[in-house]
Ligand binder design. Structure first.
Ligand SMILES: Nc1ncnc2c1ncn2[C@@H]1O[C@H](COP(=O)(O)OP(=O)(O)OP(=O)(O)O)[C@@H](O)[C@H]1O
Ligand SMILES: [Mg+2]
Length: 261
């Protein structure tokens, strides 16, 4: 279980997270929605210790990440698989080398065993036999799935997906949705999915939360979200420019110089 308590994160005078409270139960698939720039990726990065909060607590299975030493954070990170927003594959390495990075870094497994793990993860994401290709030879959908295979390499307890379907055609997006659901159910992982894609959110989520102006302003099931009267959530899910959502201040932009949306 992950408990985020009063998480505050500023960049300069830009208040990205102003006191986020969120509990993620083991085994659930939670989707975080919110406008571009509202802090979704910043929130995910703090869960794996890639960014440090200004204040607040992040309890991973009861242990507070914000109180851990570098070494303890490094160990805790093994519980997580992350599919980064850009897939973040290393272009100079083969698919196999990309997937096995963490295994080489964190384990002493022999090469034959690592190769077997790579093979099984590639099969899991529907891309058997592409070990020796380079990322440049892959389509966007394939890159996402290789990123997912890498996220799964260490058999994580928690998988974080940052915009897993963005930029993919609707069918490939749905293949990714199905994978997220299958991994959640069959491998018993806890999934945290950040997305703007409401089709994906409705399909994969047990629970959807909305991040807005630094706070979680909504928490409900997909059915509740679809039927909500909350004007901010409605504006977001209907994708309307007009409504109560005010522009998010960006760093370096003073209050007298806000862009309207
Ligand atoms: N390393 C950083 N240094 C300074 N500001 C940052 C940094 N990372 C993020 N920010 C700022 O934090 C805010 C939130 O960024 P974040 O990437 O979390 O948005 P997001 O919700 O993931 O958006 P998108 O949906 O477009 O990916 C933005 O204003 C961004 O400029
Ligand atoms: Mg992001």
């Amino acid at each position: 279980m992950i408990e985020i308590k009063n998480l505050v994160k500023y960049f300069g005078d830009n208040p990205v997270l102003r006191g986020v409270n969120l509990t993620i139960q083991t085994g659930e698939c939670i989707v975080i929605i919110g406008r571009s720039g509202c802090g979704k990726s910043v929130l995910l990065k703090q869960l794996v210790g890639l960014l440090y909060p200004d204040s607040g607590e992040i309890l991973i299975d009861g242990e507070d990440l914000t109180q851990m030493s570098e070494q303890e954070i490094y160990k805790t990170r093994r519980k997580f698989g992350v599919l980064f927003q850009s897939a973040a594959l290393f272009d100079s390495m083969t698919v196999s080398e990309n997937i096995s990075l963490g295994l080489h870094e964190h384990t002493d497994l022999p090469e034959t065993e690592i190769a077997a793990i790579v093979e099984s993860k590639l099969r899991m994401v529907g891309l058997p036999g592409i070990e020796n290709l380079k990322p440049a030879e892959l389509s966007g959908g394939m890159r996402k799935r290789v990123g997912l295979a890498r996220a799964l390499a260490m058999d994580p307890k928690y998988v974080l997906y940052d915009e897993p379907t963005t930029g993919l055609d609707p069918i490939m997006a749905d293949i990714i949705n199905e994978m997220i659901m299958r991994l959640n159910q069959e491998l018993d992982v806890t999934s945290i999915v950040v997305t703007h894609d409401m089709t994906s959110a409705y399909k994969v989520a047990d629970r959807i939360v909305m991040l807005h102006r630094g706070l979680i302003i909504y928490d409900g099931t997909p059915e509740q979200v679809k039927n909500t009267d909350d004007p901010v959530v409605r504006q977001f899910i209907e994708g309307r420019a007009e409504g109560p959502i005010k522009p998010i201040p960006t760093s370096g932009v003073g209050s007298g110089n806000r862009r309207s949306i």
